[in-house]
Write a new protein. Sequence first.
Length: 307
Amino acid sequence: MIDLKSSSLAIKVQGMNKSYPHFQLANLDLFLETGQIMGFIGPNGAGKSTTIRILMGLIQQDVGLVEVLGHQMPEHQVTAKWDIGYASEDLRLYGKCTLQWHMNYIRSVYKSWDESYARTLLKRFDLLADHPIKGLSHGQRVKAALLLMLARRPKLLILDEPTTGLDPVARHEVLNELMDVLLEGDRSILFSSHNTQDIEQLSDQITFIDKGQIIASQDKESYLESWRRLRLLLSEDTKLPYITRVVEQRRTGHQAIITTKQFSNDLVEQYQQCGATVQAIENMTLEEIFVSEVQASRLAKEQGVTA
């Protein structure tokens, strides 16, 4: 249970709304504890980037509370941004300038710049400081942007699709470095992505957003533990019961596939009592859970009920 009055929250969003002519963020609640990594997952156009822009003070919410590192946004964004590091896959650097030029510039602005750590990251990311940015590959530019952010030692990292377009080796390097950042217990990360593999590897907490609404938010281990897929063998006259915690039920002939978001042994007993044979109980990946959550949420909205 998160203490909403605690000063340990890196991000605190309550009742936030933002409306556009064809899109709306509706009643968002988002809480990230210090020292945690939250995977912020949603389809393209779900509202991830809009939420991040509000957290960064780039746009203002219509209503609702937004606090970042204890500072209300956007009123105190200047103070907050000294301790916020932001990176995305399309972050632009000066193409004609070298990485060293960028490092010198950031060091001149931020007193927190750690030159020793910057040199360590150069080696880990296999980057050369004297290369112009325009001569770097996409993956190298992403790693250069992350170096410039991480070497500042920010308290909060806000990452908007940072691994998009990276090859497997580059993704592995970036994710490993982000995990190392969390060894310093007061660092926090909001990791926005539609790549559930990265999120599953990195995050402590999972938040799903779709069509401008938070549809689920929970710690990762509880999430993965509670979802299951059951494979049933049925006779012709077997009638499957209606169970509220079942989010999907597919039946084809003598077989059925059941997806549940609240698995327990009594669920197995309920199906056995109606004459079904439980052939398998399978764990689900975060991607499978995400798809099921989104589909269930959208179906509930169409039917006018709560998922």
